[in-house]
Design a protein around this ligand. Structure first.
Ligand SMILES: Cc1cc2nc3c(=O)[nH]c(=O)nc-3n(C[C@H](O)[C@H](O)[C@H](O)COP(=O)(O)OP(=O)(O)OC[C@H]3O[C@@H](n4cnc5c(N)ncnc54)[C@H](O)[C@@H]3O)c2cc1C
Ligand code: SF4
Length: 801
């Protein structure tokens, strides 16, 4: 019969424990997990990224509902355990449920502390521990302006960075003279302080909070030197307190945490504790890697598999603030008994320090370049000497040339993924024995890169090392990454990345803010993959796309309203003429795509021009579907075999507002005389007896290319379906900035035809494109109707005093 294993708390340690038990002892336990929060176990580490808008909360769950169901695990969310009946081996929840156990695990984690000052419980004062906290902060940041974060430790700085990214004015109030003083020394702390100020975060050092004031809501924070800092939101990030009350009330031995032995056993038989609530050898760990090491020991113990005792862990810290690379590990405080190596590069803002005791490396601080952080963690665990560091190319003459990480040269038992404790040997073995061919497959098989993701590029290097599949430079998305366009798109899908910054963070961009090449590409890719979830990031767009008009040589703009199929009327022409007069437009020009271009419009007049025109944007500035040029077709031409105007207008309506990897031009001609020049368009349609011929991949620009014949169809409905499917196939597979001409040549017209001839696939492609466009709203009309967006176009005149 299966034994009953009850786990109290559904956080990171509990979820990992359940996962390990079902892996190594699948039929041994009936597992129940009872958690106080509303959610299934989620990745708390990522809360800082959720706050800064770089990660969507929906992607945080460590395991989905189906996984618990598939493994027969009973889960109770929103249930607080309030009593342990150790004699009867039962527990009871606040809601009155009872669970009997054979083995009980306390994984209750910690709670955030509040400093006991007057006003500490005013509305608007909060802590940063849970997803609920995170959501409250995001809500408040939308409505309020000023935030004070009390505490300049890791959590405080990540909260400050997140609130700053949400647009709040943020001040960090820190009681001592060094930020993150438990993880950094004075030098690194000062570099960090300077960088945060550069990012627009105020920092008040040596500042002790004495009170928080406000009538019904926080209004300001008062410091011991009398300073008052305005605050609509105060986040206290002053430390954590292990959740031990439950254990204490039932007589289990508790110190600061629940006291455990080397196998995570508490003072009570059949009761174990693991994670942030547990105290081992007088130490409580507040980061995940040690907790997972504890879980590993406990899981094996519960599974009755021989296991070495837990001997404590090397604490490792990495700050998750974009633009700041900070890492520290082990004991890095120097004193009379230590030898210290320091390297300071003031030009590049880099600092590193290694501390040795009895010739063995005990601690490291890295600021500015954390490429080798995982390697240093391993070396500390191994008690490496100075010579070992030199041999590894980390210090000494060869250190600079080794600035590109050389994970290939590491030992097999060096840990590559610190959070999940996965060694280089395990990864190599998994790649070789299981034939893994992507970083994601390695993640699924070994766990490497699953938690904070900072080792992803190392894992990628190992994959390249084993398979020999070098990422060619020419295929790289840009110099900020070694990944190709295709690898990035794959990662966006598999990691559920919805924001440009998510992608850069998750994929360890070399330049955390990206560049003008990758930012627009990523903005396109996230929205192409996740049309319903990804938000447009205007800051990642080129200026023309940001302003929805083409900037001209003299700094004015051109405005091209959409004229469907090139067909206009007297009312539209009159409006255009009136606008041209009213805003003193110096030139009106007919474009090659049969549209009317108003040239020389001032930036501040753009919203008013759009409003007066009352027409939608012609997207003459964007990587988007531009125009559908038409000939007169059967309606007027004596040679016409098909209604070119009708088909063209229909296509232009169906595709209006579509973002594409590069600009897309289209044309419909009514007969093979091809007066609309359909064969040099990205998508060209030519009317023939009884139907239409479709051509794709044409180009009339600098490098002229005749379009390839794709298919002959009978009806306008089919024209629309094939055109939409082709464009969606192109959207999903082309690289950003790749015209259809290049893409069709690269992929081959036969391959494209074969794919789209499959009716099911064709319909699905067309439907995905329609779904994408169902969310489109004309940008001109959106800007015109939003005061905030209109203001963006105003010129600010600074008045002299
Ligand atoms: C914003 C933030 C950023 C972080 N960043 C990092 C990082 O970069 N790297 C890193 O390694 N670590 C980081 N951490 C710390 C890391 O998240 C924790 O170490 C880890 O989550 C602790 O896991 P745990 O399972 O012990 O506790 P928790 O994840 O806190 O889970 C404990 C759960 O038990 C529940 N519980 C408590 N009492 C009861 C009860 N009586 N009944 C039912 N349920 C109960 C709690 O509600 C909670 O859900 C971060 C933490 C935060 C808050
Ligand atoms: S393409 Fe044919 S139908 Fe169209 S204008 Fe030319 S001749 Fe007439």
């Amino acid at each position: 019969m299966m034994k009953r294993l009850v786990i109290i708390g559904h956080g990171m340690a509990a979820t990992r424990l359940a996962e390990r038990i079902v892996d190594i002892a699948p039929n041994m336990y009936e597992i129940s997990i009872i958690g106080e929060e509303r959610f299934l176990g989620y990745d708390r580490i990522q809360l800082s990224h959720v706050l800064s808008g770089n990660v969507n909360p929906t992607g945080l769950l460590l395991k989905d509902e189906q996984w618990y169901h598939d493994h027969g695990i009973t889960v109770k969310t929103h249930h607080k355990v309030i009593e342990l009946h150790l004699k009867d081996k039962k527990i009871r929840t606040e809601q009155g449920f009872e669970f009997a156990y054979d083995e009980l695990v306390l994984a209750t984690g910690s709670s955030a502390l509040r400093i006991p000052v007057p006003g500490a419980h005013l509305p608007g004062v909060m802590t940063f521990r849970s997803l609920d906290d995170c959501e409250t902060m995001i809500q408040m940041a939308r409505q309020q302006r000023n935030a004070v974060v009390i505490g300049g430790g890791l959590l405080g700085l990540e909260a400050a960075h997140g609130l700053n990214a949400l647009g709040m004015n943020v001040t960090v109030v820190h009681a001592v003279s060094t930020l993150m003083e438990r993880q950094l020394d004075w030098h690194a702390g000062k570099l960090l302080e300077r960088e945060l100020r550069n990012q627009g975060i105020e920092v008040a050092m040596d500042a002790k909070t004495t009170a928080i004031h406000g009538d019904h809501h926080v209004e300001f924070v008062e410091l011991s030197d009398g300073r008052r800092i305005q605050a609509d939101l105060v986040v206290m990030a002053v430390g954590i307190k292990p959740n031990v009350d439950l254990a204490k009330a039932s007589g289990i031995v508790v110190n600061r945490g629940i006291v455990v032995d080397d196998f995570m056993r508490t003072s009570e038989a059949h009761v174990w504790a693991v994670g942030e609530c547990a105290e081992h050898a007088g130490v409580i760990y507040g980061i995940v890697a040690p907790l997972y090491e504890q879980v590993e020991v406990l899981a094996k113990k519960l599974a009755q598999i021989p296991v070495e005792s837990y001997k404590g862990s090397v604490p490792v810290t990495k700050l998750k603030v974009s633009g700041v690379e900070v890492f520290s590990a082990g004991d890095f405080q120097d004193d009379d008994h230590s030898n210290t190596l320091v390297m300071m590069d003031g030009l590049r803002n880099r600092y590193k320090k290694a501390v040795f005791r009895q010739k063995q490396l005990t601690g490291v601080i890295l600021y500015g370049d954390t490429t080798h952080s995982a390697r240093y963690s391993s070396l500390i665990r191994q008690g490496a000497t100075w010579e070992d560091l030199e041999k590894a190319g980390l210090w000494g003459d060869k250190a600079e040339s080794a600035s590109v990480s050389t994970v290939e040269t590491w030992n097999n038992d060096d840990i590559v993924c610190g959070c999940m404790g996965v060694t280089k040997g395990t990864i190599l073995n998994a790649i070789k024995t299981k034939g893994l061919s992507s970083v994601d497959e390695i993640r699924l098989n070994t766990g490497a890169s699953r938690s904070c993701g900072s080792c992803r590029s190392l894992v990628g290097q190992l994959l390249t090392y084993v398979t020999g599949n070098q990422v060619e430079d020419s295929n790289r998305l840009c110099a900020c990454t070694d990944l190709t366009h295709e690898m990035v798109v794959e990662a966006i899908r598999s990691y559920h990345l919805y924001q440009v910054h998510d992608v850069m963070k998750q994929l360890k961009w070399k330049n955390s803010e990206g560049c003008s090449k990758c930012r627009p590409a990523l903005n396109y890719y996230v929205r192409m993959v996740w049309p319903a979830k990804a938000d447009d990031d205007p800051q990642s767009r080129l200026v023309n796309e940001r302003l929805h008009a083409n900037i001209q040589r003299d700094g004015t703009f051109s405005v091209v309203p959409r004229i469907y199929g090139g067909v206009t009327n007297s009312e539209q022409l009159r409006k255009i003429a009136d606008v041209a007069d009213k805003y003193h437009v110096p030139m009106i020009k007919i474009t090659g795509g049969q549209r009317i271009d108003l040239l020389g419009v001032r930036k501040e007049d753009l919203p008013a021009v759009w409003e007066d025109l009352g027409m939608t944007s012609g997207y003459a500035y964007g990587k988007a579907m531009r125009t559908v040029k038409t000939c007169v077709g059967t309606e007027f031409c004596r040679f016409g075999t098909q209604d070119a105007i009708g088909a063209g207008i229909r296509l232009e309506h169906a595709l209006e507002g579509l973002d594409t990897p590069h600009k897309v031009k289209m044309a419909v001609s009514g007969c093979p005389r091809n007066c609309a020049e359909s064969t040099v368009k990205d998508v060209g349609v030519i009317g023939v007896e009884g139907g239409f011929d479709l051509f794709v991949g044409g180009n009339g620009g600098a490098k002229v290319r005749a379009a390839d014949f794709l298919i002959r169809v009978r009806t306008e409905d089919e024209v629309e379906e094939w055109a939409l499917a082709f464009l969606q196939y192109y959207r999903e597979n082309a690289r950003y900035m790749e015209r259809t001409a290049t893409w069709v040549e690269r992929v081959g017209i036969e391959e494209i035809r074969k794919t789209l001839e499959n009716t099911e696939q064709r319909v699905a492609y067309a439907q995905r494109l329609r779904d994408t466009l169902s969310r489109w709203r004309d940008p001109w009309q959106r800007i015109v109707s939003t005061d905030e967006e209109r203001r963006y176009f105003q010129t600010v005149h600074i008045q002299p005093f």
